[in-house]
Design a protein around this ligand. Structure first.
Ligand code: SAM
Ligand code: SF4
Length: 327
């Protein structure tokens, strides 16, 4: 194994793989008009291509995989994808980010196949607010799915909530009530600008610093960061079963701890969510004999990874919305 490291000494044990660009939700900040298929676009990677891709990344030190999209649960062969990933030697944790609509129906089979962690996107605990954000009145069934994951003992259950000014940024009390007896991590994520959402971003971006300050004032304490920690700052409180993570991509040094690479649903390597280019890998996923070339191709690109994103300058790279890249 030759673990990857970039010019800034960062290592990349973590791969985020999008397995489908399509989604059944219409989140206001992501796909406000719903997913529109491009009839000319190639289909998503097949299972055999995914297997070769993961084996290649594993040779480069990847040991944590996150399956994302679009909405990954729309893939009919999702359980097979999880099982395939679980069979790649060295892959220690398989996580998935999902809107949660299929959790109550499918979680058991995903866990049996090897799923070890979920992040469920749920921007509000208020039913009407949730429906306005996502276009779907499905909050109750998603909450049930989270309860099922906890009851089944899934090792990691997290909720992603994107903070939006005048939409859900005044709902901290409801989250605190929920966290008192739910052993989940809620991650408040600052809204990010993407190619398609500039007007929305200007209206609704709010810094997470005020939430952080409020929590620290109320007795929450920051947990010491592990060496392999991702970008979230984690807070805990002895009176609460759950914990809170703050993800603030506009904060200074946010990219210094970057530990992830991404691959799009059609097999393009992305060095950064907001980078200017993708590196096609699909042609190297057609034959087991190309494994060495695949590993060389990935390793050869890592020096091109920038020190940080250019979101402060309003530069969002080639990402029209996060569903396209795998958020
Ligand atoms: N459909 C799945 C879901 O929503 O969990 C997976 C894909 S979604 C693109 C992944 C995560 O990105 C979600 O938690 C979503 O809330 C977040 N996201 C999407 N667009 C975003 C934006 N502009 N700023 C911050 N987070 C965003
Ligand atoms: Fe779909 Fe996830 Fe984007 Fe919402 S955030 S529209 S669920 S891909």
């Amino acid at each position: 194994m030759h673990p990857l490291a970039d010019a800034f000494g960062r290592r990349f044990p973590y791969l985020r793989l999008s397995i489908i660009p399509a989604c059944n939700f219409r989140c206001t900040y992501c796909l406000p008009n719903g997913y529109k298929a491009d009839p000319k676009a190639a289909g998503p990677l097949r299972l055999d291509e995914i297997t070769r891709l993961l084996t290649g990344f594993q040779h480069l030190g990847m040991h944590k995989l996150r399956i994302t999209g679009g909405e990954p649960s729309l893939r009919r062969d999702l359980t097979d994808i999880i099982a395939t990933a679980a069979a790649v030697p060295g892959v220690e944790r398989i996580a998935m980010t999902t809107n949660g609509v299929l959790l109550t129906r499918r979680l058991n089979e995903w866990m049996d196949a090897g799923l070890g962690a979920i992040n469920v996107s749920m921007d509000s605990l208020d039913r009407a607010c949730f429906a306005r954000i996502t276009g779907h009145d499905r909050l109750d069934s998603i909450l049930q799915g989270i309860d099922l994951a906890l009851a089944r003992g899934l090792p990691s259950v997290k909720i992603n909530a994107v903070l939006m000014r005048d939409v859900n940024d005044q709902q901290l009390p409801a989250w605190l009530d929920y966290l008192r007896d739910h052993a989940v991590g809620v991650r408040f994520i600052e809204l990010m600008q993407t190619g398609d959402n500039l007007d929305f971003f200007r209206r609704h971006h709010v810094r997470a610093a005020s939430v952080m300050a409020h929590l620290l004032d109320s007795g929450w304490r920051e947990r010491p960061r592990r060496a392999d920690a991702g970008p979230a700052r984690e807070l805990v409180h002895p009176d609460y079963a759950g914990h809170i993570g703050i993800i603030a991509p506009y904060a200074k040094d946010f990219c210094a701890g970057c530990n992830r690479l991404r691959v799009t649903a059609t097999g393009d390597l992305r060095l950064c969510l907001f980078g200017d280019f993708g590196i096609p890998l699909r042609h190297l996923l057609q034959d087991d004999a190309d494994q060495e070339a695949l590993v060389r191709a990935i390793g050869g690109q890592i020096g091109r990874k920038e020190k940080g994103h250019f979101l402060h300058q309003g530069h969002t790279g080639i990402t029209p919305h996060l569903a396209s890249t795998g958020g």
